[in-house]
Every structure is written in C-alpha cells, then in structure tokens.
Design a protein around this ligand. Structure first.
Ligand code: GCW
Length: 673
C-alpha cells in the first residue's frame, strides 16, 4: 500500500502476535460505535485480509465492546468501576467468564469506547497486549484542542505542509475524504477539539454562508468526538454586522454577539466556543474602546453561556514599549485575575516570547490564582526549521509541562496547575498550533507527524515519557524492528536539543530572519521597524558581551517568577546555563561551569548542533534496509537540508558575533566556510 505517509500512524502492519478479534460483540449502536467497529475492521483487514464479524451475544467473540448501558458490559464489569472514568475514560480488561477469555473494552460513553479501541489496537501493533490486561485510562485534560492557523483563502499562517485541508470554496457541498481521515487520526490519539481558522481571524467566518460550511465539517467530525471551535475577530460586529463599533459594553454589540451565538448553535448544536486573539499584533480588541481583556472575554462568554460554549482568550500580547516584551503578558493579565467568567480560560503560549526553540516557561502559569489557564504549544515548526528539519517536540512540550512554577509550593508543575490537580477549575484544556496541511503526508516531513501524535498523547497523559511516545509512534509508523526503532528513537530524542544548539544555544532567542523565521539573521535591522521585532533587541551583542539582562538590575523579568526561581534565575552563577543568555547579559570572557569562556562555549555549542545533524544523516543511511524506499529517500533529503542549514546557522551566527567578541574560533571546531 501507499508508502507516501498518508496513513500516518494508522498503518496496521501485521504484528508478531495477533489477538483474535475476528468476531466483535456489541449490543448497542451509535454513529461513534459504528466508527469503532469500522476501525477494528480496517485493522483486521490489514492483519488478516478478512472482515470482522459482529455479534450481539458474548458467547460468540473474544472482543466485547460497549458502554455502561450495554447488558454485555454490565454483566461483567461492576457499575462502580465506571464511577471514575468521566466521559472519555475506558477500561480494557481481560475477563474470564465460564472458562472463556475475552477482552472487554468499556466506557461510560461511546466516544470512550472508540478511544479504548484505538488503545487496544495500539497495544497490538506495538506488541504490548498481554493476557492479563487490565487498563483503566482517562485523559488529564477535558479539552485537547488543535489550533489551525488556516485562512479562508486556504493559505496557512506558518504552515509548511501545503494549503489548508479545508476547501472552503467547495464546502458544504463537496466533502473531501480527508475530512474524515483527519477526524479519525485525531480520535486515535484522543484529540477532541479543533479550531478551524486562524487566530488572525477574518470576520467572514461568522457569516451565515461560512457557518454552513463549518457545519458540514462538524457533522463529519462528530462521530469521532471532535468538536468544532472558531477563532473570532473582535471587530466582527462592526466589520460583519455593520455596527458603528465593537465596544464590548455597547448594548448593540452585546446583542449582536448574543444573536450570533444563537444562530451558530441553531446550525451547530454542539459548537465548542471561541478562540480570541485581541489587542495583539495589531488586531482589534476591547482596549480599542478603553475596556479590558476581561470586559471583552466576559461579553463573549455571556453570549455562549446558555449553550455551554466557552471562550479561550489568548494572553499573547505585547507592544513596542520600554517594557521588556517577555514581561508584558503578565503585566496585562495579572490585574485581571478573578475577573473572568467561569467559562473563560486564558490560553498562554508555553514561553513568554514566542515559541522559540528554548524559552523558560511563561511566568503567568500559576500566577493567576483564580483564573483557569491553559498551555498553547506550537506543533508547526515556525522557529524550528519548518517542515525541513527533523525536530521531535515531545521533549519541548514536556519541559514546559514538567516545569515547577512553585506557585503553590514545591511540585506545582505547569501540568498540575493546568490539569486541575492543584486548582480544581471547571475548565481544563491544552492547545497546540497544528502542522497539518494538504500535503499527501499531512505534515510536510514524515517525522513532523510525530509531533501531532506526541501532542495528542501528552494531552491525554502528560506523564508519558518522550521516549515511550517516540517508541510507539515509530513502531506504528515505520517498523517494529529494533534495528530501526532504537537508532531512530535516539535521533528523535536528540533532535530538539540539536536544533537549539545550531540555532540559538544557551538562552539566545529570536535571532531569526525577519518575517519568515527560517534562517539566521542576528544582524537584521529594518530602519524604522518595530524595535521589538529586531534581533538586536534580544541578543544585545557588543564588544563586552551578549544576552538580555532580565535580572533585578536589568528588565527585572525574573521578579515575575515565584521563589526560589526568581532568585535562581536572577543569579548568573545559579541560572541554568541553557537559559543563561535569556536572563543575563554575559561578558565574552565569563567562565562557564565546564571552565570554558562563554565565547568558546558558544562556538562549541553551535558546532555540536552541526555535528549532531551529521550523525543523524549517518544513522539514517543505515536504516535503508528496514523501510520503504520512498520514505527513506524523503527523509534522507530532508536531513541533508537540515545539516546544510545547521552549518549556515553556525557560520552566520559565529561570524556575526565574532565581529563583537573579536576572539578566535577554537581550532578544534569545524571552521566557517
Ligand atoms: O509567532 C507569531 C507568529 C504569527 C502568529 C502569532 C500568534 C498567528 O509569527 O504568525 O500569528 O505569533 O501566535 O498570534
């Protein structure tokens, strides 16, 4: 079958041992349960070349699936076992009834059954299904959501996998088969929500015409448990509705949103809600009328409330000013803590600046004590080499989720703050900007699929390790042979750190080429341009040193963190060296922990990034026997580009910074070409 990557991790290549589920027992029906059966059939077809049989009585088969309303299920699983499963959780249990073994997949809901089926199939494919299986799972977050930055003209902001999947001009009449394939892939990893359009939102998305297009997608997604949300433009009442303004306290504006919400829910009864980017990067918002983010968010929240809709209000705000960009979101949002409606959640990018290869976590996490907060990650690699570079992002996601904010004392990780463990909130959610497009392989780079996969898996369970996730993804996507799995896993696990090393090590950030953010441009300057969009704003290189002084004597961004972090970050000798130049302006001659001076260390880091990409190439060349030619060659060419780009980054950055440091590049690293 197709070796073009179109099947993602749902290839179902026959495993070593196949559990016999040729007959599946199910005594209920629903569109979602039909999808569960369909999935089992796809897998069985692929494993055995035959269709599965279905039966209503438990004697027939060795796989029983159903909800807590099914007689087959309640006869073997006690009702109290369902108490803790919530809506999406499930049980997968081997049950011995009258000497007959059967695996039962049970949940409170049909979508939970579908998730359980995907889990069961994952176990088979990764050779992990054991005879004594007894699994109880439920997701850590209620809402596990993708954010598409897709425009209505089908271009995708920061998209590197072709045009948008959504063919707006054909909708609602023509339905691409990829809509269902997309929903299925998401369901397979537990993603249950999606924002279809760019946060730089066109007001047009709320027109009647587009709402009917959205409805067509929602109808396809529904059986897979995937709920639709929309990004809205705060000026919609004015731009679309023809009102004189969009002031959130204007009665006409309030009525416009109330009517719009009513219209949306009459078309899409289970619509999820709005995602809003307001007063950010030139977009309109409540501040245009002297109102606050809370005024704006609450007005929308009130309109959605009768239908159980929610507002995800982004905290990605900054303006050219004398205040350090890294501090601005905190300064704007902290005074509003406690003022938001309970169906508002604040969506915060993982770092305080913008999806850099490495940032410390945003200090807003944990700081807003009375407001639900959610993380926004970026799966699409705007700052990590687009779809040209292999960068496995689970380690980046985990670095944020596992960070201790100390907000409620030691152990207040971002995961525990946002998943409701430490602060029970009505809403828990986690978002990521999608890397999906029209490309045959969905994500541009075969390995970029692993980042979509990893986000879904971590949104379900942030306790999984990057290694576990890589392991299962490789086995399902490429090969189960250890000769392939182990070396490729090593590449994946090292890849993000390699990108950090060859792009911006030691806490350097935002020295990207202006606008497109692909290559290096630490020298970049646009006369008259926004200073906070210029690389020198971030690196501050001069004859003495390099870095951004965010200590108490600098911008004092460190003060936004809880103790003991603020003291640690404030003290260059205690600050983690991988964030040193983020928090400190450091002399070229500064002694690092390993005894090297800062300049030399910088050279070694850039060089190490380059050498790692070379070793990825070497390893990959040995993988040829294990996989198909097409994907082998695709990845090989991409690794070549990555390695060339790494050299470009190293040479550009070192030669540029050398004009300030005036020091030699150590002789044992690869000399600039
Ligand atoms: O990272 C920046 C991107 C913009 C993006 C913005 C945001 C959607 O360069 O393209 O706009 O962040 O997250 O709003």
């Amino acid at each position: 079958f197709a070796e073009d990557g179109s099947k993602l991790w749902l290839r179902y290549t026959p495993p070593e041992a196949i559990y016999d589920f040729s007959t599946v027992t199910m005594d209920e029906t629903s569109p979602t349960l039909e999808k569960a059966l369909k999935e089992l059939n796809i897998a069985w077809q692929s494993f055995e070349g035959k269709d599965i049989q279905t039966s209503k009585t438990t004697d027939a088969g060795s796989l029983v699936i159903g909800t807590s309303k099914s007689k087959n299920i309640t006869s073997v699983i006690s009702s109290k076992d369902f108490d803790d499963l919530g809506n999406d959780g499930y049980i997968i249990r081997n049950i011995n009834k009258g000497g007959k073994q059967s695996i039962t997949i049970a949940s409170n809901t049909d979508i939970g059954v579908l998730y359980g089926v995907f889990h069961f199939l994952r176990l088979i494919q990764t050779n992990q299904l054991s005879a004594s299986i007894n699994i109880v799972e439920k997701p850590k977050y209620d809402i596990r959501i993708l954010n598409h930055w897709d425009n209505l003209d089908r271009t995708v902001e920061r998209g590197y996998a072709g045009y948008s999947l959504w063919k707006w001009d054909e909708l609602p009449n023509t339905l691409s088969p990829r809509y269902e394939a997309y929903a299925r892939a998401n369901a397979s990893i537990g993603i249950n929500a999606t924002v279809l359009n760019n946060v730089n939102a066109s007001p047009q998305i709320l027109s009647k015409e587009y709402l009917h297009k959205v409805k067509a997608l929602a109808d396809i997604f529904r059986p897979y448990g995937l709920k639709v949300y929309l990004a809205v433009n705060f000026s919609s009442p004015k731009e679309l509705g023809g009102l004189p303004n969009s002031d959130p306290l204007n009665k006409e504006v309030i009525k416009w949103w109330n009517d719009k919400a009513k219209e949306i829910y009459s078309i899409i009864p289970d619509f999820g809600g709005f995602l809003v980017k307001a007063n950010s990067e030139g977009l309109p918002g409540p501040q245009d009328y002297g109102r606050t983010h809370a005024d704006g968010a609450n007005m929308l929240a009130d309109a959605l409330k009768p239908y159980n809709g929610i507002v995800m209000w982004r905290a990605f705000v900054y303006n050219p000013s004398n205040e350090d960009r890294a501090k601005q979101a905190y300064l704007e949002f902290m005074p509003l803590d406690g003022q938001f409606r309970d169906n508002v959640i604040i969506q915060i990018k993982n770092g305080p600046i913008d999806f850099q290869p490495r940032e410390p976590f945003s200090p807003l996490f944990g700081a807003m004590q009375k407001t639900p907060e959610m993380v926004e990650f970026q799966i699409t690699q705007e700052y990590l080499g687009f779809s040209n570079h292999l960068a496995y992002l689970a380690p980046l996601f985990k670095e944020t989720l596992d960070s201790d904010t100390y907000a409620n004392g030691k152990g207040s990780t971002i995961a525990k703050i946002t998943d409701g463990t430490l602060r029970p909130h009505k809403l828990t959610a986690i978002a990521a900007v999608a890397n999906i497009g029209e490309d045959t392989n969905w994500c541009g780079h075969h390995f970029a699929q692993s980042n979509w996969y990893a986000f879904g898996r971590l949104a379900w369970d942030h306790q999984l390790t990057s290694k576990q996730i890589a392991d299962e993804w490789i086995k399902m996507t490429f090969s189960k042979d250890n000769g392939f799995v182990n070396p490729v896993k090593d590449i994946m696990l090292a890849s993000r750190e390699a990108v950090v090393d060859y792009m911006m090590p030691m806490g350097l950030h935002h020295i990207f080429a202006f606008g497109h953010h692909y290559g290096p441009e630490p020298w970049g300057d646009v006369p008259g341009g926004r200073p906070d969009w210029m690389p020198w704003y971030y690196h501050n290189a001069d004859s003495v040193g390099l870095g951004f002084d965010r200590s108490i004597t600098g911008s004092n961004a460190v003060s936004q963190y809880f103790s003991p972090l603020k003291e640690i970050y404030n003290d260059a000798s205690r600050c983690p060296e991988n964030l040193l130049l983020w928090f400190h302006y450091i002399p070229w001659s500064y002694k690092m922990k390993n005894g090297r001076i800062m300049w030399d260390e910088l050279c070694y880091k850039y060089n190490s990034g380059v050498q790692q990409t070379r070793s990825f190439q070497q390893t990959w060349r040995q993988m040829q026997p294990y996989i198909d030619e097409q994907r082998f060659n695709d990845v090989k060419s991409k690794l070549e580009i990555q390695s060339q780009d790494a050299v470009w980054w190293k040479d550009a950055c070192l030669l540029y910074f050398q004009t300030f440091s005036k020091r030699p590049i150590p002789s044992d690293i690869e000399p600039p070409v």
